[in-house]
Ligand binder design. Sequence first.
Ligand code: HXH
Length: 344
Amino acid sequence: MLGGKIVLSKLENDNISLKEVYKDYFPIGAAIAASDLEDEGQREILLKHFNSITPENSLKFAIIHPEEDEYAFDDGDKIVNFAAENRMMVRGHTFVWHNQVPEWLFKDESGEAVSKEILVERLKAHINTLCRRYNDKIYAWDVVNEAVEDKSDFLYRDSQWYKIIGEEYLDLSFKIARQASQNAVLFYNDYNNEKPEKLHKSYKLLKSMIDRGVPIDGIGIQGHWDIHDRDLFDNLKAAIELYASLGVKIQITELDVSMFSFDDKTRSILKPTDEMIEQQSKVYKKLFEIFRYYKEVISGVTFWGISDKHTWKDNFPVKDRKDWPLLFDVDGRPKSAFYSIIDF
Ligand code: HXH
């Protein structure tokens, strides 16, 4: 593993900070819950290695705006204030998505589908309120998340946003966000958008928006990957080049590398095998080689969690199946994957 390289002593390794190693490349982020800030171990890793934060759930529509006349800012405020106190950047996630939306949003007083006009007003009120509250502290927003359909033949996901407002909900969301915040970097964010089919659909959608002058500044490639995907690196390079040709920034917004392939829904194991840990380390190493190579267009890399202690992958795609997709283990110790990305 260390062939030909300077071998760092244990002490020097322990002093290494990921954000320092990458300071001439891009900010290194982590998705967190407010509860991570009360967990000494999680907090310590966060402060040492990361200079950017994404609230994993706290800013999502259903969480922060549970009723039309009620906002629940507590956890969002805790995270955003913690970041400001520690001079960390914050990415906002997310205004317009089909999941984690509150019951009331798409209904009128009588429980019927709300009109297009009212839904657009609600969207404006939501975006304006969050921007007014967090404008000086949140530098980038995932304005729209996951709007492209996975199935061939369809471009747009058939969400309530699409059903009620129509195609123009995308343009509208970005225009409203720009109006509410002149400085925020506005992202379109999606998963599997480096895979050829979805890449080409996403490119077409984004190009048409950019050509119409819609204020979109960046593309988020979520990066929910796994150790088994043989096409990942070629797909990713092609995607970065194609998106970069649109003249927008690219961020890896939700990085994790699962031990299980997406179709493997059966196995549950107590701990990762040595082979898994080594394969994961190789995948992370190659990914960061690619990220560094494209540093002029990549303006951030965010992991979807701090350590393997908690990760959304513990419940997706299989509920209650432990996974170990991050750089630090369940006890907060750096894994082989961590060493593989600081060694260059
Ligand atoms: C992300 N979705 C969200 O952006 C984030 O907010 C959340 O906290 C975690 C993950 C990823 C995702 C999207 C679709 C999905 C599963 C995960 O379901 C499918 C996956 C593949 C094909 C079809 C559906």
